[in-house]
Design a protein around this ligand. Structure first.
Ligand code: CP
Ligand code: NVA
Length: 302
């Protein structure tokens, strides 16, 4: 049966395996070993939104696997002129072996997955960003040697795609998770409910003070996700006080690490001192997009 990755729930059975495979293939490739596990395969990458990391990491990842990737901007596809998602899915399924889709809406993502006969991997939509969170968990494992039992704190927009995927991803990995966000930006109830099924501590709070106490990982993301631009001024106002700064980092464990999926907007969700400081692992995290997606593609194509 074909397999999709559009939610962290799609990897709840084998998240550990994917992370270990990513770490293993990264090490093999860096030693010069051949990792051409998808020789002759083609990845079609549909983008409705901008991207630096997702585009480049998927394309170079596919090259390392011995395959080929095609960049498809929505505006250059007939999809941008009104061809249906259903027909696009059915046609692309006849040419390529995997589709990566960066979509505005989760509904469009699900529609494309429903009509594709090949695997669909989300490169983010308005609800989740699973490839990024698998990457972040891989990065945490590299730095901490484990995932289970760690304390994860996310400060920022609790209702966005990263927050939702963190809720599920941390819970699946056995980590306690706290989301610190203003009351109007609470995560969707669905993700809180699902995270609670994994038996970890899930806390949602609007209180920033001391929220990082005892935490192993502090993460944030932009306050203005792609698609939220019309609310820019309101959001900047609503998120005052939620900037991850040195003061908040000092309250965490002394060996805590800082994560940000990037792009970052310094002075808003995080200060540049923290993002480029000694506890930050944001550039390992950016690199790991490629290794995590290599493992995801290999797993999904089995
Ligand atoms: N983190 C991430 O998905 O970055 P891009 O938007 O540059 O792809
Ligand atoms: N939450 C951000 C993530 C960017 C990679 C957005 O959706 O724009």
């Amino acid at each position: 049966m074909k397999r999709n990755l559009i939610s962290m729930l799609d990897v709840k059975e084998d998240l550990d395996k994917i992370i270990n495979l990513a770490i293993d293939l990264k090490s093999k490739s860096k030693k010069g070993e051949n990792i051409e596990l998808l020789k002759g395969k083609t990845l079609g990458m549909i983008f409705e939104k901008s991207s630096t990391r997702t585009r480049v990491s998927f394309e170079t990842g596919m090259t390392k696997l011995g395959g080929h990737a095609i960049f498809l901007s929505k505006n250059d596809l007939q999809l941008g002129r009104g061809e249906t998602i259903e027909d696009t899915a059915k046609v692309l399924s006849r040419y390529v072996d995997i589709i990566m889709y960066r979509a505005f809406s989760n509904a469009a993502m699900k529609e494309l997955a429903e009509h594709s006969t090949i695997p669909v991997i989300s490169g983010l939509d308005d609800k989740e960003h699973p490839c990024q969170v698998i990457t972040d968990l891989m990065t945490i494992k590299e730095h901490k040697g484990k995932l289970k039992g760690l304390n994860f704190v996310y400060i920022g927009d609790g209702g966005n795609n990263m927050s939702h995927s963190y809720l599920l991803g941390c819970a699946i990995a056995g980590m306690d998770i706290k989301i610190v966000t203003p009351k109007d930006y609470w995560p969707d109830e669905f993700y809180i409910k699902e995270a609670n099924k994994f038996g970890v501590k899930v806390e949602i709070t609007d209180i920033v003070n001391d929220s990082t106490k005892n935490s192993d990982i502090i993460a944030t993301d932009t306050w203005i996700s792609m698609g939220d631009e019309v609310e820019k001024e309101k959001r900047i106002h609503d998120f005052q006080g939620y900037t991850v700064d040195e003061k908040l980092m000092k309250k965490a464990k002394s060996d805590s690490i800082f994560l940000h999926c990037l792009p970052a907007y310094y002075g808003y969700e995080v200060t540049k001192d923290v993002a480029h400081g000694k506890q930050s692992v944001i550039f390992d995290e950016a690199e790991n997009r490629m290794w995590a997606q290599i493992a995801i593609m290999v797993t999904i194509c089995k």
